[in-house]
Write a protein that binds this ligand. Structure first.
Ligand SMILES: [Zn+2]
Length: 351
Protein backbone atom coordinates (compact mmCIF):
# COMPACT_ATOMS: atom_id res chain seq x y z
CA UNK A 1 0.00 0.00 0.00
CA UNK A 2 1.32 3.40 -0.97
CA UNK A 3 1.32 6.24 1.49
CA UNK A 4 -0.83 9.22 0.69
CA UNK A 5 1.15 12.28 1.54
CA UNK A 6 -0.16 15.77 1.33
CA UNK A 7 2.14 18.36 -0.21
CA UNK A 8 2.47 20.32 3.01
CA UNK A 9 4.06 17.32 4.63
CA UNK A 10 6.08 16.58 1.52
CA UNK A 11 7.41 20.07 1.67
CA UNK A 12 9.03 19.29 4.98
CA UNK A 13 11.03 16.46 3.51
CA UNK A 14 11.59 17.48 -0.06
CA UNK A 15 13.57 20.53 -0.82
CA UNK A 16 13.13 20.76 -4.55
CA UNK A 17 15.54 23.28 -5.85
CA UNK A 18 14.74 25.76 -8.54
CA UNK A 19 17.60 27.36 -10.32
CA UNK A 20 17.69 29.90 -7.53
CA UNK A 21 17.23 27.59 -4.61
CA UNK A 22 19.86 25.45 -6.22
CA UNK A 23 22.51 27.87 -5.17
CA UNK A 24 22.60 26.31 -1.75
CA UNK A 25 24.13 23.36 -3.49
CA UNK A 26 25.47 25.36 -6.39
CA UNK A 27 29.14 25.58 -7.13
CA UNK A 28 29.78 22.29 -5.39
CA UNK A 29 30.66 20.56 -8.62
CA UNK A 30 34.39 20.28 -9.11
CA UNK A 31 34.15 22.39 -12.24
CA UNK A 32 32.27 25.04 -10.27
CA UNK A 33 29.09 25.17 -12.30
CA UNK A 34 25.72 25.86 -10.71
CA UNK A 35 23.38 22.96 -10.11
CA UNK A 36 19.80 23.30 -11.44
CA UNK A 37 20.73 26.06 -13.89
CA UNK A 38 18.12 28.13 -15.70
CA UNK A 39 20.12 27.60 -18.87
CA UNK A 40 23.17 25.85 -20.30
CA UNK A 41 24.88 25.39 -23.69
CA UNK A 42 23.74 22.99 -26.37
CA UNK A 43 26.12 20.05 -26.52
CA UNK A 44 26.89 20.28 -22.80
CA UNK A 45 25.52 18.54 -19.72
CA UNK A 46 23.90 20.10 -16.64
CA UNK A 47 23.26 18.62 -13.20
CA UNK A 48 19.82 18.77 -11.62
CA UNK A 49 19.31 17.79 -8.02
CA UNK A 50 16.64 17.51 -5.35
CA UNK A 51 17.07 16.67 -1.70
CA UNK A 52 14.60 14.10 -0.47
CA UNK A 53 14.37 13.42 3.23
CA UNK A 54 12.89 10.27 4.68
CA UNK A 55 13.26 6.61 3.92
CA UNK A 56 12.91 6.96 0.15
CA UNK A 57 14.91 4.59 -2.06
CA UNK A 58 16.75 6.61 -4.73
CA UNK A 59 15.11 4.62 -7.52
CA UNK A 60 11.73 5.87 -6.31
CA UNK A 61 12.69 9.41 -7.31
CA UNK A 62 11.83 9.73 -10.98
CA UNK A 63 12.48 12.64 -13.35
CA UNK A 64 10.40 13.36 -16.43
CA UNK A 65 10.74 15.73 -19.34
CA UNK A 66 7.39 17.55 -19.44
CA UNK A 67 8.29 19.56 -22.51
CA UNK A 68 11.36 19.98 -24.68
CA UNK A 69 12.31 16.34 -25.42
CA UNK A 70 13.81 17.68 -28.64
CA UNK A 71 16.06 19.98 -26.53
CA UNK A 72 17.16 17.84 -23.58
CA UNK A 73 17.76 14.17 -22.78
CA UNK A 74 18.78 12.26 -19.65
CA UNK A 75 22.41 11.21 -19.90
CA UNK A 76 22.63 7.48 -20.53
CA UNK A 77 18.86 7.38 -20.14
CA UNK A 78 19.21 7.60 -16.36
CA UNK A 79 16.23 9.50 -14.97
CA UNK A 80 16.07 8.27 -11.37
CA UNK A 81 17.66 9.30 -8.10
CA UNK A 82 18.15 12.62 -6.32
CA UNK A 83 20.56 13.83 -9.01
CA UNK A 84 20.38 13.49 -12.78
CA UNK A 85 22.58 14.63 -15.64
CA UNK A 86 20.74 16.35 -18.46
CA UNK A 87 22.25 16.81 -21.89
CA UNK A 88 21.40 19.83 -24.01
CA UNK A 89 20.73 18.29 -27.39
CA UNK A 90 19.44 21.39 -29.23
CA UNK A 91 18.60 25.02 -28.37
CA UNK A 92 15.15 25.54 -26.89
CA UNK A 93 13.04 25.49 -23.73
CA UNK A 94 12.47 22.52 -21.45
CA UNK A 95 10.66 21.56 -18.27
CA UNK A 96 11.67 18.77 -15.91
CA UNK A 97 9.41 17.40 -13.22
CA UNK A 98 10.24 15.25 -10.22
CA UNK A 99 8.00 12.50 -8.91
CA UNK A 100 8.37 10.22 -5.90
CA UNK A 101 6.82 6.80 -6.09
CA UNK A 102 3.66 6.64 -4.03
CA UNK A 103 3.39 10.38 -3.62
CA UNK A 104 -0.12 11.63 -4.37
CA UNK A 105 -0.26 15.32 -5.19
CA UNK A 106 -3.63 17.00 -4.99
CA UNK A 107 -4.52 20.31 -6.68
CA UNK A 108 -3.68 23.12 -6.37
CA UNK A 109 -0.35 21.57 -5.43
CA UNK A 110 2.03 20.46 -8.16
CA UNK A 111 5.14 18.34 -8.33
CA UNK A 112 8.52 20.05 -8.09
CA UNK A 113 9.67 21.24 -11.48
CA UNK A 114 12.51 23.03 -13.19
CA UNK A 115 12.16 25.10 -16.31
CA UNK A 116 15.07 26.30 -18.37
CA UNK A 117 16.53 26.76 -21.79
CA UNK A 118 19.30 25.23 -23.84
CA UNK A 119 21.19 28.05 -25.55
CA UNK A 120 23.45 28.02 -28.60
CA UNK A 121 27.10 28.39 -27.54
CA UNK A 122 28.35 31.92 -28.01
CA UNK A 123 31.88 33.32 -27.97
CA UNK A 124 32.19 37.01 -27.07
CA UNK A 125 35.44 38.75 -28.12
CA UNK A 126 36.97 40.84 -25.35
CA UNK A 127 39.43 43.69 -25.95
CA UNK A 128 41.61 44.29 -22.87
CA UNK A 129 43.07 47.69 -21.97
CA UNK A 130 45.24 48.13 -18.89
CA UNK A 131 45.93 51.65 -17.65
CA UNK A 132 49.46 52.47 -16.44
CA UNK A 133 51.15 55.68 -15.34
CA UNK A 134 52.16 58.14 -18.03
CA UNK A 135 55.67 56.72 -17.69
CA UNK A 136 54.37 53.20 -18.48
CA UNK A 137 54.76 51.70 -15.00
CA UNK A 138 52.42 50.46 -12.23
CA UNK A 139 49.78 48.74 -14.37
CA UNK A 140 46.32 48.51 -12.79
CA UNK A 141 46.39 44.76 -13.52
CA UNK A 142 49.19 42.27 -14.13
CA UNK A 143 48.98 40.62 -17.56
CA UNK A 144 48.93 37.16 -16.00
CA UNK A 145 45.63 37.94 -14.26
CA UNK A 146 43.69 38.54 -17.47
CA UNK A 147 43.23 34.97 -18.64
CA UNK A 148 42.10 33.58 -15.23
CA UNK A 149 39.66 36.47 -14.94
CA UNK A 150 38.09 35.71 -18.33
CA UNK A 151 37.98 31.98 -17.58
CA UNK A 152 36.32 32.55 -14.22
CA UNK A 153 33.70 34.84 -15.71
CA UNK A 154 33.04 32.32 -18.49
CA UNK A 155 32.43 29.63 -15.86
CA UNK A 156 29.67 31.81 -14.39
CA UNK A 157 28.33 32.84 -17.81
CA UNK A 158 28.06 29.15 -18.78
CA UNK A 159 24.45 29.54 -17.55
CA UNK A 160 23.88 31.60 -20.70
CA UNK A 161 26.28 29.62 -22.91
CA UNK A 162 28.66 32.62 -23.09
CA UNK A 163 32.44 32.20 -23.31
CA UNK A 164 34.67 35.29 -23.16
CA UNK A 165 37.73 35.12 -25.42
CA UNK A 166 40.49 37.70 -25.52
CA UNK A 167 40.59 39.52 -28.83
CA UNK A 168 44.14 40.52 -29.77
CA UNK A 169 46.98 41.33 -27.37
CA UNK A 170 46.61 43.26 -24.13
CA UNK A 171 46.90 46.97 -24.84
CA UNK A 172 48.21 49.62 -22.44
CA UNK A 173 46.90 53.11 -21.90
CA UNK A 174 49.72 55.15 -20.33
CA UNK A 175 47.96 58.06 -18.65
CA UNK A 176 48.27 58.61 -14.90
CA UNK A 177 45.02 60.60 -14.86
CA UNK A 178 43.10 57.52 -16.03
CA UNK A 179 44.21 55.34 -13.11
CA UNK A 180 41.95 57.09 -10.59
CA UNK A 181 38.42 58.05 -11.59
CA UNK A 182 36.01 60.11 -9.51
CA UNK A 183 32.33 61.03 -9.97
CA UNK A 184 31.91 57.91 -12.14
CA UNK A 185 28.09 58.08 -12.28
CA UNK A 186 28.42 61.42 -14.10
CA UNK A 187 27.53 60.46 -17.66
CA UNK A 188 29.58 63.33 -19.10
CA UNK A 189 32.58 62.77 -16.79
CA UNK A 190 35.41 64.14 -19.01
CA UNK A 191 38.25 62.02 -17.57
CA UNK A 192 36.35 58.73 -17.57
CA UNK A 193 34.88 59.18 -21.05
CA UNK A 194 38.18 60.37 -22.50
CA UNK A 195 39.57 56.98 -21.47
CA UNK A 196 36.56 55.02 -22.74
CA UNK A 197 36.65 56.93 -26.03
CA UNK A 198 40.38 56.48 -26.54
CA UNK A 199 39.68 53.16 -28.25
CA UNK A 200 36.72 51.96 -30.25
CA UNK A 201 35.84 48.40 -31.08
CA UNK A 202 32.90 49.62 -33.18
CA UNK A 203 30.69 46.90 -31.77
CA UNK A 204 33.11 44.12 -32.70
CA UNK A 205 34.15 43.37 -29.10
CA UNK A 206 33.36 44.23 -25.51
CA UNK A 207 36.08 46.54 -24.13
CA UNK A 208 37.48 46.07 -20.63
CA UNK A 209 39.46 48.92 -19.03
CA UNK A 210 41.45 48.12 -15.89
CA UNK A 211 42.07 51.05 -13.56
CA UNK A 212 43.03 51.59 -9.92
CA UNK A 213 39.90 53.29 -8.62
CA UNK A 214 36.27 53.98 -9.58
CA UNK A 215 34.95 56.46 -7.03
CA UNK A 216 31.33 57.60 -6.97
CA UNK A 217 31.66 60.05 -4.08
CA UNK A 218 33.04 60.01 -0.55
CA UNK A 219 34.00 56.45 0.32
CA UNK A 220 31.59 54.93 -2.25
CA UNK A 221 33.82 53.04 -4.68
CA UNK A 222 32.85 50.54 -7.36
CA UNK A 223 34.62 47.37 -8.45
CA UNK A 224 33.10 47.60 -11.92
CA UNK A 225 31.10 49.99 -14.07
CA UNK A 226 29.26 49.21 -17.28
CA UNK A 227 28.83 51.85 -19.99
CA UNK A 228 27.98 51.47 -23.68
CA UNK A 229 31.56 52.54 -24.41
CA UNK A 230 33.08 49.76 -22.35
CA UNK A 231 33.35 48.17 -18.93
CA UNK A 232 35.71 49.73 -16.38
CA UNK A 233 37.05 47.44 -13.65
CA UNK A 234 39.46 47.97 -10.81
CA UNK A 235 42.53 45.74 -10.84
CA UNK A 236 41.25 43.76 -7.84
CA UNK A 237 37.85 43.06 -9.43
CA UNK A 238 37.06 39.35 -9.55
CA UNK A 239 35.47 37.11 -12.16
CA UNK A 240 32.07 37.57 -10.57
CA UNK A 241 32.30 41.33 -11.02
CA UNK A 242 33.24 40.89 -14.68
CA UNK A 243 30.35 38.44 -15.28
CA UNK A 244 27.96 40.84 -13.51
CA UNK A 245 28.99 43.77 -15.74
CA UNK A 246 28.74 41.62 -18.88
CA UNK A 247 25.14 40.77 -17.97
CA UNK A 248 24.43 44.49 -17.39
CA UNK A 249 25.72 45.04 -20.93
CA UNK A 250 23.21 42.40 -22.07
CA UNK A 251 20.33 44.31 -20.47
CA UNK A 252 19.76 43.03 -16.93
CA UNK A 253 19.39 45.20 -13.82
CA UNK A 254 20.83 45.23 -10.31
CA UNK A 255 19.02 43.84 -7.28
CA UNK A 256 19.87 44.32 -3.60
CA UNK A 257 18.93 42.65 -0.34
CA UNK A 258 18.75 46.04 1.36
CA UNK A 259 17.85 49.59 0.44
CA UNK A 260 19.83 52.81 0.53
CA UNK A 261 19.20 53.33 4.22
CA UNK A 262 20.26 49.89 5.35
CA UNK A 263 17.82 47.30 6.59
CA UNK A 264 14.47 48.71 7.76
CA UNK A 265 12.84 47.26 10.84
CA UNK A 266 10.95 45.14 10.03
CA UNK A 267 12.91 44.13 6.92
CA UNK A 268 10.30 43.71 4.14
CA UNK A 269 12.40 40.97 2.54
CA UNK A 270 12.78 38.92 5.73
CA UNK A 271 9.76 36.88 4.65
CA UNK A 272 9.44 33.44 3.05
CA UNK A 273 9.87 33.24 -0.70
CA UNK A 274 6.63 33.23 -2.67
CA UNK A 275 5.51 32.70 -6.23
CA UNK A 276 4.60 36.37 -6.50
CA UNK A 277 8.20 37.26 -5.66
CA UNK A 278 9.83 34.65 -7.98
CA UNK A 279 7.23 34.20 -10.70
CA UNK A 280 9.35 32.31 -13.25
CA UNK A 281 11.59 30.57 -10.75
CA UNK A 282 9.03 29.14 -8.39
CA UNK A 283 9.42 25.51 -9.42
CA UNK A 284 6.32 24.47 -7.51
CA UNK A 285 7.46 26.16 -4.32
CA UNK A 286 9.52 23.37 -2.80
CA UNK A 287 11.94 25.62 -1.06
CA UNK A 288 13.31 25.11 2.38
CA UNK A 289 10.51 26.45 4.61
CA UNK A 290 13.05 28.72 6.26
CA UNK A 291 14.14 30.21 2.96
CA UNK A 292 13.67 33.98 3.09
CA UNK A 293 13.60 36.31 0.11
CA UNK A 294 16.73 38.25 1.04
CA UNK A 295 18.64 34.97 1.13
CA UNK A 296 17.55 34.19 -2.41
CA UNK A 297 18.68 37.63 -3.54
CA UNK A 298 22.13 37.07 -2.09
CA UNK A 299 22.60 34.11 -4.46
CA UNK A 300 22.02 36.15 -7.59
CA UNK A 301 24.71 37.29 -10.01
CA UNK A 302 22.93 40.61 -10.39
CA UNK A 303 23.03 41.50 -6.71
CA UNK A 304 25.03 44.71 -6.62
CA UNK A 305 28.29 44.23 -4.77
CA UNK A 306 27.40 40.70 -3.69
CA UNK A 307 28.88 37.24 -4.10
CA UNK A 308 26.09 35.25 -5.76
CA UNK A 309 26.54 33.77 -9.21
CA UNK A 310 23.07 32.47 -10.10
CA UNK A 311 21.11 33.75 -13.10
CA UNK A 312 17.39 33.05 -12.58
CA UNK A 313 14.86 32.92 -15.41
CA UNK A 314 12.68 35.93 -14.67
CA UNK A 315 12.26 38.88 -12.37
CA UNK A 316 12.96 38.69 -8.64
CA UNK A 317 11.42 41.00 -6.06
CA UNK A 318 13.79 43.08 -4.00
CA UNK A 319 15.45 46.46 -3.77
CA UNK A 320 16.28 47.89 -7.19
CA UNK A 321 17.30 51.20 -8.68
CA UNK A 322 14.29 53.33 -9.58
CA UNK A 323 13.54 54.74 -13.01
CA UNK A 324 15.72 53.24 -15.74
CA UNK A 325 17.56 51.14 -13.17
CA UNK A 326 20.75 53.23 -13.38
CA UNK A 327 23.17 52.85 -10.49
CA UNK A 328 22.83 56.52 -9.53
CA UNK A 329 19.08 56.26 -8.94
CA UNK A 330 17.73 55.71 -5.41
CA UNK A 331 16.54 52.22 -4.52
CA UNK A 332 12.93 51.15 -4.25
CA UNK A 333 11.16 47.81 -3.77
CA UNK A 334 9.98 46.07 -6.91
CA UNK A 335 10.59 43.35 -9.44
CA UNK A 336 14.09 43.64 -10.82
CA UNK A 337 14.96 42.39 -14.30
CA UNK A 338 17.73 40.03 -13.21
CA UNK A 339 16.97 36.88 -15.21
CA UNK A 340 17.55 35.21 -18.56
CA UNK A 341 14.46 36.84 -20.02
CA UNK A 342 16.21 40.23 -19.94
CA UNK A 343 19.51 39.10 -21.41
CA UNK A 344 20.07 40.02 -25.04
CA UNK A 345 23.43 38.56 -25.98
CA UNK A 346 23.53 40.68 -29.16
CA UNK A 347 23.95 43.75 -26.96
CA UNK A 348 27.21 42.56 -25.37
CA UNK A 349 29.62 44.89 -27.16
CA UNK A 350 31.27 48.28 -26.80
CA UNK A 351 31.44 51.39 -28.95
ZN1 LIG B 1 25.47 46.12 -11.12
Amino acid sequence: MLPKLNPVIIRTFIIALTCIAAAQTALTQSIGRPVNPSGFPAGDTATFRVSVFGNIPPEHIEWKIIYGPEHVAFKDGNNTGPEVKVQGTAPGAFKLEVDVKGWIVTPPHVRPFFTGEVYPSLTIPVAVFIVRTTGGINPALQDSKVEPLLEGASRILWQRAITLVQNGPIRYLDNTAWLNHTDVFNTVNPNLYAMLDSTNSMGQAVELYFVDRLNVSGDHNLAGLYTSKGIALIGSANSRTLAHEIIHNAGAEDIYAQGDNGIPDPDPLAAPVSEAWLPLDWGGGYYNPEQLQFGIISRLLMEGGGYGEVIPRGTVYGWKHSGNGGGANPKELGHSKVGQDFINVNNIKSY
